[in-house]
Write a protein that binds this ligand. Sequence first.
Ligand SMILES: [Zn+2]
Length: 415
Amino acid sequence: MAEKLKIKFGALSSMQGEAVRDGQLLIEGDRILSIEASSQGPADIRTLDLSDYFLLPGFVNAHCHLSLSALKGKLQKRERFTDWVRDLLRVNAAVTFSERLEAMREASQEMMRSGVTSLGDYLSQAELLPEYANFPFRQILFWETLGFKSDAATQIVARLEDLLDSFDAGSESLRSGIAPHAPYSVSPELFKALRKLAKRHSAPWSCHVAEFPEEERFLKEGGGEMAAFLQERGALDPNWRPPGKGPVAYLDALGVLNQMTLIHANHMDMNDLDRIASNKASAVFCPGSSQWFGRRELLPIPELRARKIAVGLGTDSLASNESLNFLRELRIASATFPEISHRAWLEMATREGAKALGLNSGILAPGRPADVIGFRMPADVEDPETLPFEETRQNADFVMSRGKIVWHPHAEPAS
Ligand SMILES: [Zn+2]
């Protein structure tokens, strides 16, 4: 029998229904047993007194590249996206394996302390895989795949399939997903073959889509800085013709939009929103990264949510963000769209992000994962849901991931 734990709380937002005050959360092993509105109950269970804390589900960082953490502070903001990519490739190539691991560990700790318990991470180096098993997150590792030359598709997919077969042990907290990198770096043939592979493995499916204006221009007209970049890398397929459509319409026409988690999705028209809804696809807003790049056009969050499309939040990588602190992301998100309520941001940071990744975390309810975070509440707090947005706040005050307390700086020393 897994051990039971009773957590007394001052307030709890389960992210479905009303907040509960002065109750208790019962946990067995890594699952939630019940949430009760009274603090009475069995006395023979180990009890943690968080009666001055506000609890909510752990945050879901729906898009990140932890393996790029060693690039923190090393890249300049550039006018052209492709110049940033050139810098990234050059600087990343000079990172040693141990520097990379060290930076990943540090960044993952900061992310966890800021309340993240679920993560969707893009990864391309299989040798980093053992490190992920040590992170305190429920994770989907999206194998990031590139290849713009159509004749390379078969070989690339065969290699990825070998990797999935060797890795996919079916662990609930560490699953493989598949991520074609972007519409300008993946051939139509590769897109379709990867979609089939993802279906065969029931793997979550994600892609960077409609991030910046030049991507749209390249797909509609061809040429421009994207074509020059592919040419320079020897990656431009001589037979490729621009599909003459925007990124979302293009992916829909290819038949690969189904259940896709679209990262960024900044450049869309109303028809694209319908395409996303009818394909049961979802979107991820990356507040810090969008701010870092100075993106002028962003995804229409209220319109997406009005269509019941799941919108999650992601930090993206330290190559285009200053930190992986998720509380900072919440503040930037809220400052970028001041008309959106704190409650709505918390939904995107938890339940909706989980939905976008196909995870069952992000909600506190019986049978759901015991992924719980907490913030100490001043006695006079009116709306505890404002606490994660406090200006100077760096960390959550309590983080439980998979039923284990991984961060609790104010804990009373055990007597
Ligand atoms: Zn990304």
